[in-house]
Design a protein around this ligand. Sequence first.
Ligand code: IMP
Ligand code: MG
Length: 188
Amino acid sequence: MSTTEIHPNVKRVIFTEKEIKERVSELGRQISQDYKDSKNLVLVGILKGSFIFMSDLVRSIHLPNTNVTSEFMSISSYGAETSSSGVIRIMMDLRTSIEGKDVLIIEDIVDSGLTLKHLMELLNHRNPNSLHTAVLLRKKEGLKVDVPVKYMGFDIPMVFIIGYGLDFAENYRELPYLGELKEECYKK
Ligand code: IMP
Ligand code: MG
């Protein structure tokens, strides 16, 4: 695909495929370094938004002496709205115990931080050995609660982002870059 073929509902490309790839590889290197003495690392991808980020990130993690497993959870947040309600529902839970294991939550984007904060509290109750987060994007000005992000892809302005797994009303996840959605597509 030519990178000049931008979807008509995208106002501008925020990060290109190449920029994302480089940043994700760097995060993978950091994670590999930090967890080299871990016995069990459970990567918990939050569906659906993190599926592409997760698939690239896991392939950048090299931990030959660790049991590395990939698990998924699904939580509902926005529906077709563009701002967080703070109401979170677990649609699909983990199928395995995380007790005594090192857990890394993999999330697409942090806006208010409510989703991630809630999720961290929930998983902490299951007594992991450690619990950290890897987040592709963070809207710093959107933060309403303090939530620790250990591995951060990019800080971004308060615009609505689509592509690379992120959606608006379930659309655009397939775009290989991260783009800003045109305002006329969500403001009525
Ligand atoms: P928070 O609870 O406000 O931090 O919202 C986080 C969740 O909202 C993310 O997991 C996304 O599903 C969604 N979200 C927030 N901002 C965006 C965006 O710009 N594009 C797509 N989804 C977003
Ligand atoms: Mg999400």
